[in-house]
Write a protein that binds this ligand. Structure first.
Ligand SMILES: [Zn+2]
Length: 277
């Protein structure tokens, strides 16, 4: 989709089904098979390319800078190696051997160095806001994906953690993850993306409005700085806002949940009354 001048742009770098289809030899490799989304040895939701593929890296750098120039900012996803044990393609094996580093440290250096290049394009050249997205694993991002939060912190304006789920019925866990990331990210603002409805979803299998409001307030009291809600279409976002406004009892109950931060979320919902009129 073309970048919009009044909307931040989301770009997934290595999770790229179209490029994987066009260049099947670029797919990330492991002892448990390639990172096709059909490989159930891993939790891969897209076809994931090798994170050192030089042509893809170069093309993405130019693309990201171009998108940054045409929109207020760039939010990245899929910045890392596919999963644990990736990538053992001949190029990665050779790069690792030449580096003289341990396997984990070599992967970390590959991700950090590339993110430094991307950050330079967006922040220094295009002079736009830059947000790095990571997966919701506070402890083993390094071993699984080559991601080191302390390395990335100086390169990004804010972090985004995608916490998509088909339900948020146990908010205790989401609140805990929020506290974990808040601690690890220190002064870098934490944004969390929540799932309302995705492409082709049966609405009966998506989170309830009450769950979304509750988890939002509980993330707020745990320190989250921004919450993003995912829908496939703008109409679905309006429907969610309408449903949230209609949850008078839930909004009333949540007033006692989290002081000022929780109240900020509830004030946002109140402001939606105007949006959905
Ligand atoms: Zn590779």
């Amino acid at each position: 989709m073309p970048p919009q001048p009044d909307m931040h742009s989301n770009i997934a770098i290595f999770g790229d089904n179209v490029t994987a289809r066009n260049h099947p030899d670029w797919i990330s490799q492991s002892d448990l098979g390639p990172a096709w989304r059909t490989n159930d040895n891993f939790n891969v939701r897209w076809d994931i390319l090798c994170a050192t593929q030089p042509e893809h890296r170069a093309e993405q750098l130019d693309y990201i800078e171009d998108v940054a120039r045409k929109s207020p900012g760039v939010w990245l996803n899929s910045i890392h190696f596919a999963e644990h044990g990736h990538c053992i393609c001949p190029r990665c094996k050779e790069l690792h051997a030449k580096s003289g580093l341990s396997w984990y440290e070599w992967r970390r250096k590959e991700i950090t160095d590339y993110m430094a290049q991307v950050s330079e394009r967006v922040r220094d050249r295009a002079k736009k806001k830059f947000v790095i997205g990571v997966l919701p694993d506070p402890i083993t991002n390094y071993e699984r994906f080559g991601v080191d939060f302390d390395d990335l912190a100086p390169l990004t304006d804010e972090f985004l953690v995608v916490m998509f789920s088909k339900n948020y019925a146990t908010p205790w866990y989401w609140e805990m993850l929020t506290r974990n990331f808040k601690k690890l990210f220190k002064d870098v603002p934490l944004n969390i993306a929540l799932y309302v409805i995705g492409p082709g979803d049966d609405p009966r299998e998506t989170p309830t409005t009450s769950e979304l409001l509750t988890v939002s307030v509980r993330m707020a009291r745990a320190g989250v700085d921004g919450i993003l809600y995912l829908t496939d279409k703008a109409k679905q976002m309006q429907d969610f806002q309408k449903a949230a406004v209609a949850q008078v009892d839930v909004r009333e109950r949540l007033k006692s949940y989290g002081g000022k931060q929780g109240q900020e979320v509830l004030d946002f919902v109140t402001s939606w009354e105007k949006v959905v009129e």
